[in-house]
Design a protein. Structure first.
Length: 339
């Protein structure tokens, strides 16, 4: 029950918060253009802040039961509060990015949109805020098991160098793959489920708690964002998910497993870097609503590869990307079980 109740209440809280934030953003003019559909409809953006709030509520439910002696706590409340602060801080950075909306479209990543967002160099600098609480409590263990390398003791370098770099990288890398309905929410949900399964059967109680709450939160956004999407999660969502995933890996002591699970976003980062991150993962809708690769045969994203291999509609691109993430999850479990 100490694992199930926080997840259930997180799901309910996130659902209600999404309804409110979606309506609020639409009325406030915090919107973005959906380039993948006929007529390019405008949808409320920046809704990911509801995910960070719902996730935090789930974590605080566990803390409430511990503080009022409903049960004897197993997970460290200090660690959980640091986690909650991390995801709230990084989601606020994403919200700042989301609310930078102009009255007329401006050029961003090879496309015109009303949402301008932060400058490219500002994003990694500001997402560093999400690492500070984890650094402050010296989260995780300095001795980690790396795939194909073995056990490595990083000492003081782990909290002072590895954690901040990991948070900055995962928050920004997860943000790169999100231009299609359900692609970020679906792949993120699969990754969170993988961490939950690992924690339950092979990992730690704290990892299971965090993963369970994250899965519940992600499931709500998947429902709202699956094709045809009713909202655009925005950077407040992608920054939150990236930070929550890496924090879960660190606190749950599953860095080696998580590294393989997160491999698709590492590859996405490398592909984007080939064009200095001035690239869109979106397609160009044809008359039959299949997606045309924006750069022809040149591949700067997983989505470009998928669109080059097969004529896909928007929902199919997301579906194939979910399958890619599932393959990496299977590989991650295979590596763990074989060692």
């Amino acid at each position: 029950m100490t694992l199930l109740l926080p997840a259930v209440l997180s799901f309910i809280a996130t659902f209600l918060l999404v309804l409110f934030v979606k309506s609020y953003m639409a009325e406030s003019g915090v919107v973005a253009i959906d380039h993948n559909k006929k007529g390019e409809p405008v949808l409320p953006s920046g809704c990911g802040v509801a995910a960070a709030m719902g996730f935090t509520i789930g974590i605080l439910v566990y803390a409430f039961g511990s503080s009022f002696n409903v049960y004897t706590p197993v997970a460290s409340l200090v660690t959980l509060f640091a986690l909650a602060l991390s995801v709230v801080l990084v989601s606020l950075v994403g919200l700042i990015d989301d609310i930078n909306v102009k009255s007329s479209p401006v050029k961003t990543t090879d496309m015109s949109d009303t949402r301008k967002g932060l400058k490219q160099w500002q994003k990694p600098v500001m997402t560093l805020l999400g690492a500070i609480p984890l650094i402050a409590i010296n989260a995780g263990h300095s001795t980690i098991l790396l795939p194909f390398i073995g056990t490595v003791n990083l000492g003081i370098a782990y909290p002072l160098i590895v954690i901040p770099l990991a948070v900055i990288f995962t928050a920004n890398a997860f943000n790169l793959l999100g231009g299609f309905d359900g692609i970020a929410t679906g792949t993120g949900l699969i990754a969170a489920i993988a961490l939950l399964l690992y924690s339950v059967f092979l990992g730690t109680y704290t990892g299971a708690l965090i993963s369970g709450v994250l899965v519940a939160t992600m499931l709500v956004f998947f429902i709202f964002n699956i094709y045809p999407s009713k909202l655009i999660p925005g950077d407040s969502f992608t920054y939150f998910v990236g930070t929550a995933l890496v924090a879960d890996m660190i606190i749950g002591n599953m860095e080696a497993f998580g590294l393989i699970v997160f491999a698709p976003w590492i590859i996405e980062f490398i592909l984007h870097a080939r064009k200095k991150f001035k690239v869109t993962d979106l397609g160009k809708p044809r008359k039959d609503m299949t997606m045309e690769p924006p750069y022809g045969k040149k591949i700067y994203s997983w989505t470009h590869l998928i669109m080059n291999l097969k004529r896909c509609k928007e929902w199919e691109v997301s579906l194939y990307m979910w399958l890619v993430e599932i393959v990496f999850v299977v590989i991650a479990f295979a590596v763990v079980l074989m060692r």
